[in-house]
Ligand binder design. Sequence first.
Ligand code: CIZ
Ligand code: SF4
Length: 320
Amino acid sequence: QEQAAEYKARIKALLQQHNAVLVAHYYTDPEIQALAEATGGCVSDSLEMARFGKEHPADTLIVAGVRFMGETAKILSPEKTVLMPTLDATCSLDLGCPAKEFSEFCDAHPDRVVVVYANTSAAVKARADWVVTSSIALDVVDYLDSQGKKILWGPDKHLGAYVQKQTGADMLLWNGACIVHDEFKAKALLELKKQYPNAAVLVHPESPDSVVQLADAVGSTSQLIKASQTLPNDTFIVATDKGIFYKMQQQAPGKTFIEAPTGGNGATCRSCAHCPWMAMNGLQAIEEALVKREGHEIFVDDALRRKALLPLDRMLNFAK
Ligand code: CIZ
Ligand code: SF4
């Protein structure tokens, strides 16, 4: 506790000294989110992180999240220094969608508009026509469908299937998944619902369809936080990374939040619903990034950056 307070004080001073701002994702640990708030930074989903980083006047952005979030910040703000607590924080969606293979998949289907989730490398974004986050995926695909477009979607198969079902668009899906959300189990969730008959179930659409079908609200992290405030229930079963409980508790104090089960056969796994890569963003790593810089800085090749900027800008302009 005392040690944590010392880290926080040193990080605050370093942020000021370097004219830096801390941008943290909802899935990072509670103390990291609290630190971002206490130092004038931001806590949000990947879309808002990108926007905040771009618009903030700081010289240096320190991005507590996973690698694609740092890359996106650099693509949008090439003039800024972008640091990450660790460059090893990746994402199973990014790992499961190598640029070369994905590009070949696109080449094989030239009649389709390529829409990729933000959870991808700069190289995959550079091959795409559109980038989307889960908060605007439905709107963008609806729009493209209304224009008569056929879509090639990557990398998350569950989110893709959900968007396909909701919009009725013609979508060809890449076969990727999030290792956190893919683990939520419908059968165990049904059992838990019986124990808490008044609870509302909140589900992120990176979860399997069987789990989405049990939801009272389906949506991105920001949309689920909003649902936890606006729905009349006082108890919520939440199928997304438990880092989100920090914001839910803050925004809806007095309400009870329960992790959706990740184990099979009715067993629950109380520590599973947390992304191992998000968890790498600790206080020590943040301090090290600000002190050393080397080994923590994000670089994106300039030609690649320009290509990846087009579909990212398309998303930001669409979301306005
Ligand atoms: O699962 C993730 O990494 C999410 C939900 C990212 C985001 O869009 O905020
Ligand atoms: Fe990737 Fe899933 Fe972690 Fe999000 S929670 S960064 S989608 S592995």
